[in-house]
Design a protein around this ligand. Structure first.
Ligand code: PXL
Length: 269
């Protein structure tokens, strides 16, 4: 199989393999593209909770981004967990040096179990500075509430929040509706001033660790292959839904999804 495109991921490592850089590499690879990484922090965790978060020094983060990208130019950059102000400032500086305009941001704030992954000051900087740089931002409902400053209870609220986040500078906004208690899941995309709603069946499971990382990486991969933002979101949502449905049910807590749901593994004899 010929590799289709190159995606650089700037995000944290998840030792349990379901979220973070590990989910990103699996997703980008499963969808046929080439994954590169700049690791921002190393988390020790399992499906039940997070044991520790060790930051990578900021000069090491910028070196990973710049040194790697100067040699192999990414078609798209996907950004995940940026846990502190200094990390966001560093990433902004590096992005300004590289001439890569296609950027997908998953504004990671808390883990599935409820633990905070980033501090409050960094959320402010993300909102005021980083959002302006991105092609697409993919918050879930709690993250969209923080970014938009409004409380979200309905799909109409999601549309309003998406407009507010668009005004802050993000060119396209996808708010994921999984946290709302609607019968179906409604993901709201605001793209080119048009609202698109993707409706999915709700899959009842506790195994949804890493869905956000996986979705944003899937969208980044489809986008890097030349699909539009709208089509990339549609294909990304379908891929994650299948990954949830076919989850391996590992661990005692919020287990991982099946990132390789779309590929057939040939047995090596
Ligand atoms: O799913 C959010 C997330 C992002 N990045 C890392 C994580 C998690 C959740 O646990 O560990 C590194």
């Amino acid at each position: 199989m010929k590799i289709k495109s190159k995606v650089l991921v700037i995000a944290g490592s998840d030792s349990s393999g379901g979220a973070g850089i590990q989910a990103d590499i699996k997703t980008i690879t499963a969808l046929g593209s080439y994954a590169m990484t700049a690791i921002t922090a190393v988390t020790s965790q399992n499906t039940v909770g997070i044991n520790s978060i060790i930051p990578i020094p900021v000069n090491v983060i910028s070196k990973q981004i710049e040194f790697t990208s100067r040699d192999i130019k990414p078609d798209v950059i996907k950004i995940g967990m940026l846990h502190s102000e200094s990390v966001i400032k560093t990433v902004l500086k590096s992005l300004n040096k590289l001439n890569i305009k296609k950027i997908i941001l998953d504004p990671v704030m808390v883990a599935k179990g409820g633990q905070r992954l980033v501090n409050k000051k960094s959320i402010k900087l993300l909102k005021n500075n980083l959002l302006k740089k991105v092609t697409l931002v993919t918050p879930n409902v709690p993250e969209a509430e923080v970014l938009s400053g409004i409380s979200i209870k309905t799909v109409e609220d999601m549309v309003y929040a998406a407009k507010r986040i668009n005004i802050l500078g993000a060119k396209n906004v996808l708010i994921k509706g999984g946290h709302l208690s609607t019968k179906k899941i409604h993901d709201v995309l605001l793209s080119n001033n048009k609202v698109e709603i993707f409706n999915s069946k709700k899959i009842v499971t506790k195994n949804t660790h890493g869905t956000g990382c996986t979705l944003s990486s899937a969208i980044a991969t489809f986008y890097s292959c030349g699909k539009t933002i709208k089509k990339s979101c549609e294909l990304g949502i379908n891929y994650v839904n299948r990954a949830i449905m076919l989850g391996p049910n590992y661990g005692k807590g919020h287990g991982p999804i099946n990132h390789i749901n779309n590929i057939e593994i040939k047995k090596i004899k």
